[in-house]
Design a protein around this ligand. Sequence first.
Ligand code: SF4
Length: 169
Amino acid sequence: MNDTTINLNNLGGLAFSYSVLCERKFWLFENQIQFENTNENVKIGKEIEDNYYLRENKNIRIEGANIDFFKDGIVYEVKKSSRSKEFAVLQIKYYLYLLSKKGVQDASGVLKIPEERVTEKVELTDEDIVKIEEQLEKAKNILNKPIPKVERKKICSKCAYYEFCFVEE
Ligand code: SF4
């Protein structure tokens, strides 16, 4: 992918959180090298989200980002467990950022983890906006370079790209 093909307005929420989580994961995902469906953890998470959202269809799209559930000015994100909570919060803040860029300033977010009975409010602060814009710049630089090298992290063993990254071990 070169600079002319990059339009960060099209970056989805999941891709944005990947850019923070792992540069290589982000690069692979954005270059359409995706194994997400084969990973059991991702499948379970997706099932929970799908079942939750089936009750009401309140899906909206802003540029390239797809917000699964937006109702009464609130962005909802549903996750399987609190293990990925930090990134779910980040995803919500990114959606709130996109909404604010479209003039929707008073939206807020809610993270739900049904299996742990967690409901947490998420707000977008001025500090978040600065961080998101810095991260978007960083994301653009990642995509302008060749695939990032493998760097082992705690999350690797649960990552859909694990076999792709560690095939020779
Ligand atoms: S396995 Fe690890 S290094 Fe490879 S993409 Fe996933 S998180 Fe990144």
